[in-house]
Design a protein around this ligand. Structure first.
Ligand code: COA
Ligand code: ZN
Length: 301
């Protein structure tokens, strides 16, 4: 396990998954300042925003401005989540290093989230793959949402996860993230799905993204790492959740994972105190903004 732990790469998704559930609009300047601070913590990958319909997720309406104004640190890769080709084009125009295309394993969640059937999303991914190849340097990844269960359909067959993952890789994805969008995973299920995928002809990087509904997030993360997963998405302070599922819960926190690696003698290069300061910073911004705009609810941790 020590070797697997050593290879873990943490991706910070707070600026996207965290902020997308905050009901009041966070000023663009505050987002930029937060991302700039996260960039100085030693974290190497940051999902800075998402290019989605501004009326679907108003918090992300400033995606292009955020991308163009953050101070990019060398050694840090900046990414964005996109749901479709139009979003991918906007993201590529803004100069992302990494493109994260989301598609659900479950038809119902894909329809609620992306308003497409899974087959339509897979078709669109082919076009995104082509577009990305023209941008040589951009790292294309795909997130399979609801991989460990769907709030509408329950368990997803692991063979369906393999089928989708292999199609995405064939279309150009260099990394697949299995996302537990609503925290329905448990350690045994996580192991089963990952073993099944890594035991197939799958040949790309593999990552995970866990939410904390049943408090299983960090255990699921450990099992995923010990099963051979390299990339783990976490969020500073555990802020996060999908706006298109009932009772969404927060992400595994970046602090918890860094602490866990530190405790096992793994040098992550991430300054835990600096991450905690970033969390305190965004908590303060959210509190101030919520007070000002009198909006409440919806924030999940
Ligand atoms: N960014 C901005 N605008 C977009 C867009 C994108 N990625 N994709 C589509 N649009 C615009 C189109 O330009 C079109 O505009 P018009 O009416 O002025 O011509 C309009 O939206 C409708 O386009 P369509 O392709 O029919 O999209 P849709 O209405 O079916 O919406 C999504 C599909 C995926 C764009 C939308 O459901 C969405 O943004 N969902 C958010 C998903 C999300 O962030 N989930 C949480 C993270 S997993
Ligand atoms: Zn999430």
């Amino acid at each position: 396990l020590q070797n697997e732990l050593k290879n873990v790469v943490i991706s910070e998704v707070g600026p996207r998954d965290g902020l997308q559930v905050v009901p009041c609009f966070i000023d663009t300047e505050d987002k930029i300042e937060w991302i700039d601070s996260l960039s100085l913590t030693g974290i190497r990958r940051i999902e800075a925003t998402s290019f989605v319909r501004p009326d679907a997720v108003p918090q992300m309406k400033d995606a292009s401005i955020v991308m163009s104004r953050i101070k990019r640190q060398s050694g840090v890769k900046y990414g964005a989540l996109v749901p479709n080709l139009f979003g991918a084009e906007r993201a590529l125009d803004s100069g992302v290093d990494e493109l994260n295309v989301v598609i659900s394993a479950s038809e119902s969640h894909n329809m609620k989230n992306i308003r497409r059937t899974v087959a339509q999303s897979l078709d669109e991914f082919l076009k995104i793959g082509e577009r990305c190849r023209a941008h040589g340097e951009v790292w294309l990844k795909a997130t399979i949402a609801t991989a460990f269960g769907c709030p509408y359909e329950g368990r997803i067959d692991s063979s369906r996860i393999n089928e989708i993952a292999l199609q995405l890789v064939a279309a150009g994805a260099r990394e697949i993230t299995l996302a537990d969008t609503t925290g329905m995973g448990n350690p045994l299920l996580v192991k089963k799905i990952i073993d099944n995928l890594l035991g197939s002809s799958f040949c790309a990087d593999l990552g995970v993204h866990f939410h904390n509904n049943r408090g299983n997030g960090i255990y699921n993360t450990m099992v995923a790492i010990s099963s051979g997963v390299k990339h783990v998405e976490t969020s500073a302070g555990g802020l996060g959740g999908c706006p298109f599922v009932p009772e969404a819960s927060g992400n595994v926190s970046t602090e918890d994972l860094v602490k866990l690696l530190d405790n096992n003698g793994i040098e992550t290069g991430i300054d835990l105190a600096a991450v905690r300061n970033c969390t305190a910073m965004i908590d303060k911004v959210i509190d101030k903004q919520s007070e000002k705009s009198k909006c409440k609810g919806g924030i999940t941790k």
